[in-house]
Ligand binder design. Structure first.
Ligand code: IMP
Ligand code: MG
Length: 186
């Protein structure tokens, strides 16, 4: 049916609507522009989850930056990470001496990002900081906090705005809590 988002039936409730996200991303962009002005910045998009957030975030920044993309996949099931990270696509450019700003969809256990940060530090960048759209601090296992964070959220499984369940729902324009029966039936 025209006008109805078919994916919405799998969503229990909307946690962050489009307008709320838009406003916060704009604020983050302003803050990052102030903090990184005059520096050589590589904005790093962690594929695939950060893709939607990344494209909005970089457009909210009003300083020159370069962009690069890294594909990582963490071994584990669909709702929980194992912390073992595999690079499926490496950066195309050198980050040595540059300020790396990692854009990520969500920090959950923190294992993925602490592993990724360690790995990037080996390439001797000037700095590495993390900007997460979402943070679930309750679930933290690694000793890491995002340098910039869009929203702190409760311990619920969310999808949309880049976040997936089984590769689906990334294209929902808002962030919603998936109905538990959707992931329990698998
Ligand atoms: P961490 O290593 O546990 O911090 O896992 C981070 C990754 O787990 C994210 O990049 C997401 O791909 C995935 N993830 C964690 N929580 C959620 C969620 O609520 N919805 C969708 N993906 C999630
Ligand atoms: Mg992910």
């Amino acid at each position: 049916m025209a006008g109805v988002n078919i994916m919405a039936k799998d969503i229990d409730h909307i946690l962050l609507d489009e307008e709320t996200i838009r406003r916060r991303v704009k604020e983050l962009g302003e803050q990052l522009s102030d903090d990184y002005e005059g520096k050589e910045v590589v904005a790093l998009c962690v594929l695939k989850g950060a893709c939607v957030f990344f494209t909005d975030l970089v457009r909210a920044m009003r300083i020159p930056i370069s962009m690069d993309f890294m594909g990582i996949s963490s071994y584990g099931d669909a709702v929980k990470t194992s912390g073992i990270v595999k690079i499926t696509k490496d950066l195309d450019t050198s980050i040595t001496g540059k300020h790396v700003l990692i854009a990520e969809d969500i920090m959950d256990s923190g294992l993925t990002l602490s592993h990724l940060k360690r790995l990037l530090h080996e390439r001797q960048p000037a700095s590495v900081k993390v900007c997460c759209m979402l943070d679930k601090p309750e679930r933290r296992e690694a000793d890491i906090t995002p340098d910039y964070c869009g929203f702190i959220i409760p311990n619920e499984f969310v999808v949309g705005y880049g976040l997936d369940y089984g590769q689906k729902y990334r294209n929902l324009p808002y962030i919603g809590v998936l109905k538990p029966e959707i992931y329990k039936q698998d």
